[in-house]
Design a protein around this ligand. Sequence first.
Ligand code: CA
Length: 454
Amino acid sequence: MSNFSRYSRRQFLTTAGASAAGAVFLKGCVGNPPTDTAQTTPAASPAASPVASTETPETPAIKLGYLPILESAALIIAQEKGLFAKYGMTEAEVSKQASWASARDNVVIGSQNGGIDGGKWQMPMPHLISEGIITNGNKVPMYVLAQLSTHGNGIAISGAHAGQELGLNVSNAADYIKGFQAANDRKFKAAFTFPNVNQDFWIRYWLAAGGVDPDNDVDLLAVPPAETLQGMRTGSMDAFSTGDPWPYRIVTEQIGFMAVLTAQIWQFHPEEYLAIRQDWVDANPKATKAVLKAVMEAQQWCDRPENRAEMAQILSGRNFLNISKEILDPPLAGKYSLGDGKPDVNDIKQGPLYWKADIGSVSYPYRSHELWFLTETIRWNFHNGAIADIDAARQIIERVNREDLWREAAQEAGIAASDIPANPSRGVETFFDNVKFDPENPEAYLNSLQIKRV
Ligand code: CA
């Protein structure tokens, strides 16, 4: 988006005040945003005068869904520390969802019908829901507004496979995994909680990097966590691609060990996101920015090491993760026992982070990261090729990604300029196996991969 259009929109919203007119303007602008992930975009003009933070939102109410894992921390903290209320969202509500499928179904319904307005999502669920790809053709346009967390996920292996060199580089165990079927009358079996999103991407990337074809050499499938853990105990499930606190629990409860943390696969990788229905955002632009400011302040609070003990206490509550605080303390301190002879991890930067990483923002929704998720969607030919190519992916991102709203909210909230990325691309990303993803040339990344469905 050019400086001019961004500046104009902010000035319009600042001076016009009328939410209906603002919504029309937002929609008109979003219909044809010129920003391309590949281009270098300068920072928004610092000359614009910020909207007063005391400006009353169009509505004080929003219902945001979440799954009870550590990635939802910023939403829960924003509510429990009174940050939604601080910015005028006095009736904001975070709503625990039974599963990712329930969250999807509830956002299609919308809060006026007992569902939700938005919430926390694995990627690229907002894009898939917007396009009707995982909603039986029912297109519910959504906006991605912020990233909620990085790290905090990993690939757990049943204890039955200890000593088989299942680690970061899985090539040493490739023969063992591929030969599993001959010895056991079934393939090596691995689970995640929802198909074609983050945890599926992490285990696929890891397996394929070690020469194991995730579509042919193993059985990969969506299974509820409790069933997966039971299967890992009894020997019917071999691996689980999952989020904190499960990586910690699986080792301490002697269910298995960790092959790898996602922080080791791709340092400071994009994880889960805040996304809200487009109709809600367009009707409530001030309330949207109020929500963003509350979430940003919560993310900053979550990243301060001195707050992590209180954070664990709050998140452990019955209404939230409903788990003992002692289980949340170690991952929030970046302390993981991987098991199976691997060295322990003890580095807060290897655990979940919410606001800032060494190589940029965690909260800001980089378009280049959404392009990786959609490139990987193309790599594995998910959804029968519904996202046909990189051009189609870029067009979807232009409709769904609202990094401009994040930027406006950050400036209005007085976030330090150094914490506001100047570019919607984080640049070239490097994975543990030294494969590179250049968002200006995703085709080169696809070409470089050995195992793929394109
Ligand atoms: Ca996750």
